[in-house]
Design a protein around this ligand. Sequence first.
Ligand code: NMX
Ligand code: MLT
Length: 386
Amino acid sequence: PKTLKETFAAKLPAEVERIKKLRKVHGSKIVDEVTLDQVYGGARGIKSLVWEQVRMLSEDWAARSDLPGYVVELVDRCPPDLHPMAQLSLAVTALERDCAFAKAYARGTNKKEYWEYVFEDSMNIIAKLPTIAARIYHNVFREGRSVPVAVQKDKDFTFNLVNQLGFGNNEEFTELMRLYITLHADHEGGNVSAHATHLVGSTLSSPMLSLASGFNGLAGPLHGLANQESLNWLQKMKATIGDDLSDKAITDYLWSTLNSGQVLPGYGHSVLRQTDPRYLAQRTFALRHLPNDPMFKLVSQLYKLAPEVLTQHGKTKNPYPNIDAHSGVLLQHYGLRETRFYTVLFGISRAMGVLAQVIIDRALGFPIERPKSYSTDAWVGFVGAK
Ligand code: NMX
Ligand code: MLT
């Protein structure tokens, strides 16, 4: 059977031709109109990115999973109160020392071959993420008393991740994590982690530095850190209202969060205008495996109450839950209770989606990204306002 790289290489020429022809025939067609609201509104909805998909290969990743000694040392030297996402970003940045693409570029490699090196780098990074993450986990939450066990080369990527974290004997949790890793991997190109990785990669910066930029974006509470925020907030809610989990007590708590100028973590979305299908996939898992978990029951009660409260609040365009409203309760059910670690798990999965795109970006020769900016005075003139 062909390797992933051979499969990609075989498909590439036809895709390059397809895009060439598309641009030749339709290159001057207008594909979108942009309003001033979109310019000031975080470029929301502007059609301006191209995004595609590839599959993973666990065996290949297992073979590439060893960490260089200096990365182990770097992670081990991080203070335990440095957030695990910052540690992950540092470790990925440090992997650039062995970047095949940067070395090939320095040698003056033909730009048509860039993707081959970016492919190797991307596979190497993804392969090492579970070991890096597990090392951070043991250092921060087990006071470094334990180290991740070795990767089992005949086992799948997610089994090894779970096993290295110390939960490998729990098949149901491993199955949950297979779902988790699948759900978080990609989500089109406009979200912050994907877009940041793509943007930085467009400068021909290495896959390591590009992904670290994506991780830095993912670490924000409005993006991937929302999974940590969501579970912390649920726990605070429970501690505050005690055993009275009545609709009224919960609704009052939701209003107290909103009235103190905070968002309801795990609710709302920049693009979706319905319950996130990834939330529903996790809910289906919970209904099957942990229907009586008290925190899952609370999440279900919120699902019933929060959309109405957010609608009355009248601000968010989407009052329904997103992926981050659910993932934490599943992790805590199986004993992974360290909420500060949750976004690292999101990052491991997201790396697959965004690095796949960086490979495609280089294979298709996408240019440096550079939108135009204007001052408000210039925009005022542009739209003819007084
Ligand atoms: N709770 C309270 N207010 C909200 C919420 C929420 N969950 N969601 C949006 N709003 C507010 C938002 O802050 C904004 O207020 P203002 O006009 O004062 O700035 C207003 O509603 C309009 O926002 P939208 O256009 O609906 O959403 P936007 O695209 O700006 O932001 C999120 C999208 C996801 C950042 C926002 O819904 C949010 O902050 N949600 C909570 C954090 C969260 O769950 N993030 C995770 C997203 C998924 N992920 O994995 O990345
Ligand atoms: C994501 O998975 O990246 C989030 O849903 C945020 C987004 O799409 O903007």
